[in-house]
Design a binder for this molecule. Structure first.
Ligand code: AMP
Length: 396
């Protein structure tokens, strides 16, 4: 069974074609600058990478280009589009109703359109991508996989904010959580490694966007991102959690509109805002190593906040069996992992620092110190595979 996974952004469309019988990625690529001009990058194992300028006036042109590359005699991997059994689409937000991955019919599409106000950045392009794919591939099922759905079993006391309850009822303001597909994947892998599906697991997805999730018995019980991906640990350009009054104070003190204040906290804060150098953790680490005070401070604030959330989740779950690091920083930045796990022996978290420094990047590693009560793993995330798997399960 061959499944196409599509992740549509406002001006980009990422794709991967999976062979689910062999678990292989047959091809993957990226259409960029949709609506501007257009570039496509297409990669198939064993073949030369292909990159070209192609005019993409809209998402439909991009998906048509993807299908022609996949079926191309030289650059392609399938003889015809008929070989694609189903398409899986990544959605950041499934609102309160789409609690599980689902085949997207007219009703589901109408619901997704009704909640774009909750998800103004990612919702509209993902819907455009879905509509374009449905037009071009009308005879197969299209499945939506939602980042929020992993959190749909959280208790009400974990997702209701302590604000007037009417605001939840009226505007659906609550903790939704994001990155759920990644947390579900790595928590599942960790449970497999532990040989315990009931395990208590804390997964740290640390990338340009970062979130931490607590999982018990295969279900998320709490997560650091909230109503939007702005909550939780400091990120590349997002502040993460701050005293909410800072927002209205900045607005008044700097004479900013709500949109401008939002931009400061989303695009100009986090690692970039503290360091004044970059949103990229590698640049910050280099600057810190050269003695830059604000770069070093940015890293300390990041580590401090990750530790706080891990500690709070251990308290919430009354223990933890494994801590997992994943995504760009979690999988690659050995120093951040070491700093986060330092002085956590009271909780049973201790890592083998020498192995943590030497283990291979981008691969699974058990970096637990000998005799430590809690396992610490590095697990490369694979959201696309998870989307393909859900799509297969719903359509086979
Ligand atoms: P992601 O959003 O998962 O792609 O992660 C992006 C973040 O991962 C950026 O802050 C990068 O600096 C960081 N990152 C990627 N590769 C490395 C690496 N080799 N060492 C340290 N950080 C890295």
């Amino acid at each position: 069974m061959k499944i196409l996974v599509v992740n549509a952004g406002s001006s980009s469309l990422k794709y991967q074609l999976f062979d689910m019988d062999t678990n292989e990625v047959l091809a993957k690529g990226l259409c960029e600058r949709i609506g501007i001009d257009g570039i496509v990058t297409h990669k198939c194992p064993g073949k030369a990478d292909y990159k070209a300028d192609v005019d993409f006036p809209n998402h439909r042109a991009a998906i048509e280009c993807v299908l022609s590359l996949l079926t191309d005699k030289e650059k392609g991997v399938i003889a015809s589009v008929e070989e694609i059994s189903a398409v899986g689409h990544r959605f950041a937000h499934g609102g309160e109703k789409l609690k599980k991955s689902a085949i997207l019919g007219d009703q589901e599409l109408a619901y997704l359109e009704s909640i774009v106000g909750l998800n103004p950045l990612h919702g509209p392009p993902a819907i455009s991508g879905l509509k374009a794919c449905k037009e071009v591939m009308p005879s197969v099922n299209h499945v939506g996989v939602f980042d929020t759905s992993y959190y749909s079993d959280m208790e009400d006391y974990a997702y209701i904010y302590p604000i007037p309850y009417e605001l939840y009822e009226k505007h659906k303001i609550r903790r939704y959580g994001f990155h759920g597909t990644s947390h579900r994947y790595v928590a599942g892998k960790a449970a497999e490694m532990l040989g315990n599906k009931d395990a208590k697991i804390i997964t740290c997805h640390l990338g340009n966007g970062s979130s931490i999730t607590a999982t018990v018995n295969g279900k998320a019980v709490d997560t650091s991102m909230g109503f939007t991906p702005q909550d939780g640990v400091p990120m590349g350009t997002r502040s993460g959690a701050i005293d909410p009054t800072v927002v209205t104070f900045i607005q008044k003190a700097e004479g900013l509109t709500a949109e401008e204040a939002d931009k400061v906290l989303n695009k100009e804060a986090g690692l970039l805002g503290i360091s004044g150098i970059s949103s990229d953790c590698r640049d910050i680490c280099n600057a810190a190593a050269e003695g830059n005070y604000r770069a070093a401070l940015a890293l300390k604030i990041l580590v401090h906040n990750i530790k706080k959330i891990i500690g709070s989740y251990v308290a919430e779950m009354n223990g933890v069996d494994a801590v997992v690091f994943t995504a760009g920083i979690g999988e690659n930045d050995r120093q951040i992992r070491e700093d986060v796990c330092k002085d956590m022996s009271f909780l049973g978290i201790e890592i083998d620092e020498a192995f943590n420094q030497s283990c291979k990047r981008g691969e699974f590693a058990d970096i637990t110190a000998k005799g430590a009560k809690v396992k610490t793993y590095v697990i490369p995330t694979n959201e696309e595979y998870m989307i393909a798997l859900d799509t297969q399960n719903l359509t086979k």
